[in-house]
Design a protein around this ligand. Structure first.
Ligand code: UGA
Length: 444
């Protein structure tokens, strides 16, 4: 195996910061680079600039080892590193479903200009298939070291809320490589995980790129499948929660990612399936994944159907109705509000004239910045004061643990829509709440 490489991480957002911190804890010398000086200053100072359970503690641990540094100078990164991980974002373009490759292209070009010796550049960002081939060309034609510089692809599967766990104990590692040398470098860069017997799939570059988008497409499909069943349940009086439970006993189906409700959001699943559809169409194979359009459409309908249910709970009109909206983040244990179903619902309710009071344990600052026109409360009690309908939109534990009797004393009407199937209908109905959830029998 190659000697222990020195590592750089280019882009210290959610993915990059976690990767840099964990690699330092695993024993590597790491330099994290970002163009955002405030972010770099925070990380260097021991502060994680987003909410992620366990990561602040890991950052302190990593800084204490003296192996982790942060900076903004990409020339320094080129000088320092043997293996360079590209971790910048590939958000959806403003006017198109395609992924915006501006950041990936810029960082690879900037790095390449300074690469004067043998090095491996490893893509981690989620990209359209074919990107690695294009970047190899860009890298080798720009770098002074020419084809001494190679590219590999190592897709990342970490989930927000579990970033540390998923990085330190991944389900699998995928190494997309074009040479034995690149594979040896990757094996050296992940030696502690290989010793821990994490399964590894060694493959070519396009397969490695595709693994990531197909994994996210499959997960999105699973969620939309159960939500499609919820729609059928809604018109037949059946109960999707019991349906999902019954399906989950078949090990070929499994129960994970089969939670019905408001559907998926966040910075990954929605934009990844759209970019994948777009890319397959560019490649002339769009028909193969045309079902993903339906997956997206089912998911989008959940938001309007949740609003419809809340309106019906409010007696048919939302004008002037006070709604307590519990949750803003796209999922619990995150302060991320990108494409958050909860905030979409809050805005749709407000557009119909409702007075919406939002509370989230971690995402308030981000929500307020993005949607200053909504009302924000400092806690559940303030959000619920005099509410005519309570809507649970993100299933934080704090909301699951609410005592229905306690909340009943605060609201004006004991009516609740459980957008995430997170509460026990029996307990809430026993406390005289009119409990409703999409796809669930009204009176089971
Ligand atoms: C997702 C994938 O799960 C990760 O493996 C992947 O690395 C990541 O995208 C990425 O591409 O970077 P994440 O976006 O953090 O991770 O969140 P998930 O836990 O996948 O949840 C996504 C959305 O699906 C959330 O809005 C969640 O509420 C919703 N969901 C999840 C459901 O509605 N039902 C479920 O059964 C599960």
């Amino acid at each position: 195996m190659a000697a222990k490489p020195r590592i750089t991480v280019l882009g210290t957002g959610y993915l990059g910061a976690t990767h840099a911190i964990c690699m330092a804890v695993l024993g590597y010398e790491v330099l994290g680079i970002d163009t955002d000086e405030a972010k770099i200053a925070a990380l260097a100072d021991g502060r994680v600039p987003f909410y992620e359970p366990g990561l602040p503690e890991m950052l302190s641990k990593a800084l204490e080892t003296g192996r982790l540094r942060f900076g903004t100078d990409i020339a320094e990164a080129a000088e320092f590193g043997d293996v360079h991980f590209v971790c910048v974002g590939t958000p959806q373009m403003k006017d198109s479903p395609a992924a915006d490759m501006t950041y990936v292209d810029a960082v690879v070009t900037d790095l390449a200009k300074h690469l004067t010796r043998r090095a491996l550049v490893v893509g981690k960002s989620t990209v359209p298939v074919g990107t690695a081939a294009r970047l190899t060309q860009l890298l080798q034609s720009t770098a002074p070291a020419g084809d001494q510089v190679e590219l590999a692809w190592n897709p990342e599967f970490l989930r927000e809320g579990f970033a540390v766990e998923d990085t330190m104990r991944p389900d699998r590692l995928v190494f997309g490589v074009a040479s034995d040398w690149a594979l040896e470098q990757l094996q050296a860069a992940f030696a502690p995980l290989l010793e821990a017997e994490v399964p590894v799939v060694v493959t070519d570059l396009p397969t490695a790129e595709l693994v990531k988008v197909s994994a996210n497409s499959f997960l999105a499909t699973k969620i939309s499948f159960i939500n499609a069943m919820a729609e059928v349940c809604e018109t037949t009086g059946a109960d999707v929660q019991q349906l999902a439970a019954a399906l989950s006993f078949d090990p070929r189906i499994g129960g994970r990612f089969l939670r019905p409700g408001l559907g998926f959001g966040g910075g990954c699943l929605p934009k990844d399936i759209r970019a994948f559809i777009h890319r397959t169409e560019e490649l002339g194979v769009g028909q193969a994944v045309s079902f993903l359009r339906e997956v997206d459409a089912i998911n989008q309908r959940r938001r309007q159907r949740t609003v419809d249910l809340i309106r019906s709970q409010a007696g048919g009109s939302l004008a002037g109705v006070t709604i307590c909206a519990l949750g803003a983040a796209f999922k619990p244990d995150s302060d991320d509000i990108r494409d958050a179903p909860a905030l979409d619902v809050a805005r749709l309710l407000q557009a119909e004239g409702a007075i919406v009071r939002v509370y989230d344990p971690q995402a308030m600052e981000n929500a307020r910045k993005a949607y200053p026109d909504l009302h924000y409360a400092t806690g559940v009690a303030e959000a619920a004061e005099g509410a005519q309908v309570v809507a649970l939109l993100t299933e934080w534990d704090q909301f699951r643990d609410i005592d229905p009797e306690w909340l009943g004393e605060i609201v004006a009407v004991r009516a609740i829509v459980d957008g995430r199937h997170a509460l026990d209908p029996v307990a809430w109905r026993a406390a005289s709440w009119d409990y409703r959830a999409l796809g669930r029998a009204v009176d089971p």
